[in-house]
Ligand binder design. Structure first.
Ligand SMILES: Cc1cc2nc3c(=O)[nH]c(=O)nc-3n(C[C@H](O)[C@H](O)[C@H](O)COP(=O)(O)OP(=O)(O)OC[C@H]3O[C@@H](n4cnc5c(N)ncnc54)[C@H](O)[C@@H]3O)c2cc1C
Length: 346
């Protein structure tokens, strides 16, 4: 196949390409809209000589400053049904599709399962990176396989479900294969018969208030969208990256110790261990709604850090570190950041 040329932009602003609204620019930027284009880009001297950053919708990154290399934003589009069986549909979506639009499109086709994952910002290509999840569903529940291009060789490779090693907000692409593959297409097995999950969070309550007893998947999606719009700040209004810290997992013994001191501690079983609600810990430490310069913890949800205007990556990281140190000192629990940090602080 003839090599495809991809336009490369120099000193490209990233301010509008990250949901925290942080100021930064890329030394070089390219948005290939085909696998062949991506492969020819990876074969270029620029891709070999400069550090690379893969950027989706920028909703789970903190740009600490300018990125001194090549930022690649996969822009491939397309959604297609590859196979229909009596039980399900094998559906493939390209990396550059907007996740929420894909979920809505799937529902409209009668391909069910992803309804609880409505309104999660970002791209389809990033969805396997941290095994996105919400309201009792994670993509691991419906994931089939994916296609990616290896950065070093430009070769295409398929990953099975097992090879992705999905876990809570985690996959092999956040671990030993971090930055080594660019995901170009993701395949899901979506159900023909709806099997809605409404036990988690406020979904049931929201549906009852709407007088809905036997909800359709679209009604569940609408309920999830309404709840999220009430609880979470829209990046269009106030810069943020969603949950800023992962919910920490501690031993049962550690959890019991904390429960003696803090009977209201919010904790859920996670295998043999316990998962604590990071938001509760941050709230208890007095950070909810508190500001530190142009950044702060969101007034309605302590786990979400927000940009009140004019923040830099440095401001965000200083706030994150202050919260981490306080929670460690009070509860002896380490909070791990969920978004990934890129760039050199100015
Ligand atoms: C308001 C808000 C609410 C959120 N709610 C949730 C939630 O409920 N559940 C949840 O799980 N997450 C949530 N998030 C986090 C975020 O939406 C997800 O992590 C999303 O998958 C990130 O997608 P993105 O395209 O923006 O990725 P980016 O932020 O651009 O990138 C994230 C990481 O993935 C890598 N990456 C991106 N695309 C590719 C690719 N094609 N190939 C290889 N690597 C790639 C990047 O290098 C980076 O390390 C929320 C974020 C916000 C702002």
């Amino acid at each position: 196949m003839a090599a495809e040329t991809v336009q490369i932009h120099e000193h490209h602003p990233l301010d509008g390409l990250n949901t925290f609204g942080l100021p930064a620019s890329a030394r070089f930027f390219a948005a290939p809209d085909s696998e062949a284009g991506l492969q020819s880009l990876l074969a270029s001297e620029m891709a070999r000589d400069f550090p690379l950053m893969i950027l989706g919708g920028g909703s789970n990154v903190i740009l600490a400053g300018d990125f001194p290399g090549l930022v690649i934003q996969p822009a491939m589009k397309g959604i297609r049904c590859l196979e229909a069986t009596a039980q399900d549909y094998l559906v493939e979506a390209a990396a550059g599709e907007v996740w929420h639009d894909f979920v809505q499109y799937a529902l409209a086709q009668g391909w069910y399962g992803l309804e609880n994952l409505s309104l999660i910002p970002g791209s389809v290509g990033a969805s396997p990176i941290q095994n996105i999840g919400a309201y009792g569903v994670e993509i691991t529940d419906f994931f089939d396989s994916l296609t990616a291009v290896e950065v070093a060789s430009g070769k295409q490779r398929e990953f099975t479900h097992a090879e992705c090693r999905f876990a809570y907000r985690d996959s092999v692409f956040k671990q030993e294969l971090a930055d080594r593959y660019i995901i170009t297409r993701v395949r899901f097995r979506l159900q023909r018969m709806p099997a809605v999950k409404i036990a988690y969070g406020d979904i049931q309550k929201e549906l009852s208030e709407r007088g809905i007893e036997n909800p359709s998947p679209q009604q569940v999606a609408d309920a999830v969208i309404a709840i999220r719009q009430r609880k979470l700040p829209s990046p269009a209004d106030i810069g943020n990256a969603g949950s800023f810290f992962k919910n920490p997992v501690v031993s049962l013994e550690k959890c019991r110790q904390l429960q003696q001191q803090y009977p209201a501690l919010v904790a859920y079983p996670q295998g043999a261990d316990m998962k604590l609600a990071a938001g509760w810990l941050i709230d208890q430490a007095g950070w909810k709604g508190r500001r530190m310069g142009p950044v702060g913890s969101y007034e309605k949800q302590a786990l979400v850090l927000v940009n009140h205007g004019g923040a830099t990556g440095h401001d965000v990281l200083a706030l994150a570190q202050a919260i981490q140190a306080d929670v460690l000192q009070r509860f002896g629990v380490e909070l791990e950041m969920e978004p990934r940090v890129y760039g050199v602080a100015n």
